[in-house]
Design a binder for this molecule. Structure first.
Ligand code: MG
Length: 372
């Protein structure tokens, strides 16, 4: 089998709110075509225009190549060599960020191709099922008012969620407001649902230590990215001083960044995003490193049903997977892009027992939102 082309499809909602940190307003879908008529689907979480350019760019030097040029004529089953070929062929302008994001989407599509060609679900190809379903946490942004927060939290409990996370938005600017917000949510959901808080880099070390202490009575399961993703020394100062788990890593790309997060920053939970970190091939290497260190892995996913499917196959096939992010925003890209999404049932995402990622794109939605 040979790769004959890579399509990078940019989808965007007509009304964008750039002030919101909401990645479901836009996405980059990757289709990898082969000479046997099988097409693999992947997703990239990045600046879509930049990542699309990385895929389509014409090569100008051995270490500054475009990703499509690197893969034309290659066999998708040789995924690990192809990953390194893409990495080595872009070192001049890549190694992190948008290039690894673009590699992630292509790598995801290669796994989808391998699954379709062999008739096996990606989770089986990745090494096997450790579980048949994985807990999904409802994920959304903090609203502006306590009342809205209580309504959202109650709705998620009604929908069966056993865990939920709020992040960014109105949170992290005023300690008094923040404490009231978390009290409101905990009161709304009761004691039996896990609650996670995503601070969105808005605190420093001292604020994090103080706030974590004051938040203890509301039992956050984790506090996410209180500090800048680059502040590894700051994170290491939190270790041992904060009782709640510290989670981080959605912004990272490449396994060495996760190694530093675990060994230098000493975080408790890493959150690789399979549409950013290097895809499933790199994600499996990251998960293995984490398992050796007894660090938990919870994939970050705030895009469409393509990334949800990849994240579920991943979390089912690693020993240290137990939870997946599941956005509950009402973006039509999140809800409608995939015509056969992973089944959500009573707080869990079920094993999609179908070849490959087990999804198909709804081409009507693609046509409705395609801008490039
Ligand atoms: Mg986050």
């Amino acid at each position: 089998m040979k790769i004959t082309g890579i399509e990078a499809i940019h989808l965007r909602l007509p009304e964008l709110d750039a002030k919101r940190c909401d990645g479901t307003q836009d996405t980059l879908i990757v289709k990898v075509h082969t000479d046997e008529g099988i097409t693999g689907i992947g997703e990239v979480d990045s600046n879509s225009e930049v990542a699309k350019a990385v895929i389509e760019a014409k090569s100008f030097t051995l270490i500054g190549q475009g990703l499509q040029d690197l893969l034309l004529g290659e066999d998708p089953f040789q995924y690990d060599r192809l990953w390194n070929k893409m990495y080595d062929g872009t070192t001049y302008y890549g190694r992190f960020g948008p290039v690894i994001h673009a590699i992630s989407g292509i790598d995801m599509a290669l796994w989808d191709i391998m699954g379709q060609a062999t008739g096996k679900p990606v989770a089986v190809l990745l090494g096997g099922l450790y579980r048949s379903k994985v807990k999904a946490y409802a994920s959304n942004l903090f609203p502006d008012t306590y009342k809205e927060a209580a309504q959202m939290a109650e709705k998620y409990v009604t929908l069966g969620y056993k865990a939920m996370k709020f992040g960014w938005g109105s949170f992290g600017f005023d300690p008094g407001f923040d404490l009231g917000m978390i009290k409101t949510i905990r009161d709304a959901i009761g004691d039996r649902v896990d609650l996670m808080i995503d601070v969105g880099y808005r605190w420093d070390v001292q604020t994090t230590v103080e706030m974590a202490k004051r938040l203890e009575e509301y039992r956050p399961f984790w506090i996410e990215e209180p500090l800048s993703p680059d502040d590894l020394a700051g994170y290491s100062r939190l270790a041992g001083r904060v009782n709640a788990n510290i989670a981080a890593g959605e912004s990272e790309s490449g396994r060495r960044a996760y190694q530093r997060l675990m060994d230098e920053a000493k975080v408790d939970i890493i959150q690789p995003d399979l549409a950013r970190c290097g895809g499933l091939t790199e994600g499996m290497k990251i998960a293995r490193m984490a398992a050796d260190r007894q660090v938990k892995v919870v994939p970050h996913a705030f895009k469409t049903g393509v990334l949800v499917a990849a994240s579920v196959h991943f979390a089912l096939s690693i020993p240290n997977g137990f939870l997946v992010e599941y956005t509950v925003t009402d973006s039509p890209l999140t809800r409608d892009l995939v015509s056969d999404p992973v089944e959500y049932k009573d707080g869990y995402l079920c094993f999609p027992d179908r070849p490959g990622l087990g999804i198909a794109l709804d081409e009507k939605t693609v046509r409705a939102f395609r801008v490039g």
